[in-house]
Design a protein around this ligand. Sequence first.
Ligand code: FES
Length: 356
Amino acid sequence: MMAKAKNWTSAPWHESEDLECVMVVPETADSATFTFRAPSGAWFDYEPGQFVTLDLPVPGGNVQRSYTISSSPSRPLSISITVKAQAESIGTRWMLDRLKPGMRIKAWGPTGAFTSHRHPASKYLFISAGSGITPMMSMTTWAWDSGVPPDIVFVHAARTPADIIFRERLELMAARVPGVQLRFTVSRPDAFSAWPGYMGRLNQIMLGLMAPDYLDREVFCCGPDAFMTSVREMLAALGYDMSRYHQESFGAPVGEESDVPADIAPEEGASAEVVFADSGISTPCAETDTILAVAKRSGLNIPSGCTFGLCGTCKIKKVSGEVHMVHNGGISDEDIEEGYILACCSNPLGRVEVEV
Ligand code: FES
């Protein structure tokens, strides 16, 4: 008989506690879902679509990698991430080969702005490719668990039917309510089995057939950069209101103008100094250096992930002085008010002291 034990607490998980891997489930030939719990029994408070950054002990030194949470906050006792092996991936490869139940790893987050919570709408169109399906799974599970009949057209592109992550779970949901409409497209069918779905690259005609009312839907898109670019261009060409288009990317944003006034920007050639108070180290540098780079030069390790102000991994407390910080959503206004900065995208303006 299974013991009936209350093995969770009323406290939400905090990144000061390492996560324990409790389950590994293969999804497709090259992807798997890893489930984590907090050893203290703390629960997870986040928005569907957000991500965590993991500190992965790969041979040669730890690397930090950000992964979208594929589980839903409506099931808060654990979090899952689903990863797919990519050519030349180091962190993901390590996870697939080495991460086993019982192992504990450091994590930061959850964070991120790619979430349906921040863009409430009566109808959604989720468009994903490859492992870009993970935030869509989280948001769809949330909608399903909320008890309100969802209205989601779920478009997903994969190489073959066997490569569709979460296919059975999605089909189960779609079979039970009319408001989850699955539209899969693949490059080629599996050998020896009929494929009733779409084939080929997502294009304007296909989109019109998959979701005739796409103009009325809030669009979330996630996948490889080239895929998201082609979806964005296709929707723009179709006259879609792009203020209702949202995409996730762990690549650096391009071509975005800084909204920081020029008079407080770091000056080319101006000298500065970063004081790492906890380590008793003071390093002269240029105003155009980032605090993360100065720390590295000083032999100090500030954990980092994306290095462009998105994941929040490099958050540190500033004790005194001014910085020029241009981030991409990896830090909240409350944290900034409390004196926190992101080391990867903060330049010291003169002398700055930080708690490192
Ligand atoms: S490393 Fe991701 S925000 Fe700094």
